[in-house]
Design a binder for this molecule. Structure first.
Ligand SMILES: *Cc1c(COP(=O)(O)O)cnc(C)c1O
Length: 423
């Protein structure tokens, strides 16, 4: 077969883009060479519908060992007693959970997308908002922080069958204990989607959702630094709180309902090459090196958010507990779109983001979201965060000045050449 140089040249081009620039997209990271290596293997050839030991195809002995290792390592990393590592992505993990525990038309209660929630938590353009009756809670205008009394009042009014916590753009920790108390009062299941801060949670730097939430979903590629993918976990509460039944009518354990929500509910064959990469990433995340990494991620985020505050930026909730921050650009007379477009010309990648109570559309937005997971993987420390804030501010204040932006880009490229990424 002729080598597809067109595609491989583009892959090299993308590698160079990643190496040359400053990556501040909060959901991105740089997976290790062995995580990437595992994804490009013959495991992609194998069909393995079902679970280890219970497959619908022959020849699964080897992938069974790999998937079992992934499950065991996931359980060790998060202190879970059960895990399904097959979801192809975070959205797929949430779809599987909802299919498993809800019926069409049931009420759910999630964190408002425009306040930092995720599409899969009930947005009208997503399956979760089309199939279920979605209600939302948000942050307070004054503080940018969730008021749990309001969550409780909303839950009592809407009587959701599933409450969802976790976010894509919320920089504060969550009170899972309080949320569980609210869920218990209204007879709801509590799902925590920790896609973003999963790595910090795994290593004990944030509250542990598995202490209180019935079900926890996550991606594996954000702070967790594994391959693009998702997973579902539980620690306790294996009872089936609603007497949920299978299509045949028999009562099922929560774990088998959730397994069924993944396959055959929402997916076909699992991606065993990606599951192998997940197993590697979980092992890496159990290491001392990764512990130092997440500590540095959190330290870097605190320093960076303070640097922006010091430069007169409005950081929502005035700081961060995790790896990210959300900045309202209105006091600087900039939109998120202008910021994103200006910064990319300086090889600094961020994403525009709605801020709570935004008056602009999702295509324009008033804010930008920044995270430290990727640049910390590159080896950047506290002082480097101050320099990044300088560069970002300089580019934003000159977002229409092409020559200034190209000078900043040169500086960014030469600085980044000191932090080799993939040799
Ligand atoms: C990123 C994210 C997801 C979706 O993950 P994908 O892998 O992109 O499908 C779901 N929930 C939250 C809170 C996220 O941040």
């Amino acid at each position: 077969m002729q080598r597809d140089t067109l595609i491989f040249d583009l892959i090299q081009k993308e590698k160079k883009r990643q190496e040359d620039g400053i990556e501040l997209i909060a959901s991105e990271n740089f997976a290790s060479p062995q995580v990437i290596e595992a994804m490009g293997t013959v495991l992609t050839n194998k069909y393995a519908e079902g679970l280890p030991g219970k497959r619908y195809y022959g020849g699964c002995e080897v992938v069974d060992e790999i998937e079992t290792l992934a499950i065991e390592r996931a359980k060790e990393l998060f202190g879970a007693t059960w895990a399904n590592v097959q979801p192809h992505s975070g959205a797929q993990a949430n779809a599987a959970v909802m299919l498993a525990v809800l019926n069409a038309g049931d009420a759910i209660l999630g964190f408002d997308l425009s306040h930092g929630g995720h599409l899969t938590h009930g947005s009208p353009v997503n399956f979760s908002g089309k199939l279920y009756r979605a209600n939302f809670y948000g942050v307070e205008k004054e503080t940018g922080v969730i008021n749990y009394d309001v969550v409780e009042a909303t839950a009592k009014k809407e009587k959701p069958k599933l409450m969802i916590c976790g976010a894509s753009a919320y920089s504060r920790d969550w009170d899972y204990e309080r949320l569980r108390a609210i869920a218990d009062q209204v007879g709801a299941l509590l799902l925590a989607d920790v896609s973003h801060p999963a790595g910090l949670i795994a290593r004990g730097l944030l509250n542990d959702p598995l202490d209180y939430c019935h079900i926890v979903t996550t991606t594996t590629h954000k702070t967790l630094r594994g391959p693009r993918g998702g997973m579902i976990m539980m620690r306790e509460d294996f009872e089936n709180p609603f007497g949920l039944k299978t299509p045949k009518g028999d009562l099922r354990m929560m774990t088998s309902l959730l397994d069924g929500g993944v396959f055959p509910g929402t997916q076909g064959g699992p991606l065993e090459h990606v599951i192998a990469a997940k197993a590697i990433a979980f092992q890496e995340a159990l290491s001392d090196d990764y512990m130092s990494y997440v500590l540095q991620v959190q330290k870097n985020a605190k320093i960076m958010s303070q640097a922006f505050v010091d430069k007169g930026y409005k950081v929502i909730s005035d700081g961060t507990d995790n790896h990210m921050m959300l900045i309202d650009l209105r006091p600087k007379n900039l939109s998120g779109k202008q910021a994103e477009n200006g910064l990319i010309k300086a090889d600094i990648t961020i994403n525009k983001n709605m801020v709570p109570f935004d008056d602009k559309s999702p295509f324009v937005t008033s804010g930008m979201r920044l995270g430290t997971a990727a640049m910390t993987t590159r080896g950047l420390k506290e002082n480097d965060m101050l320099k990044i804030a300088e560069l970002v501010d300089d580019a934003l204040m000159n977002h229409e000045n092409e020559s200034k932006l190209s000078a900043i880009k040169k500086e960014v490229n030469s600085w980044m050449s000191n932090f080799p990424l993939y040799k």
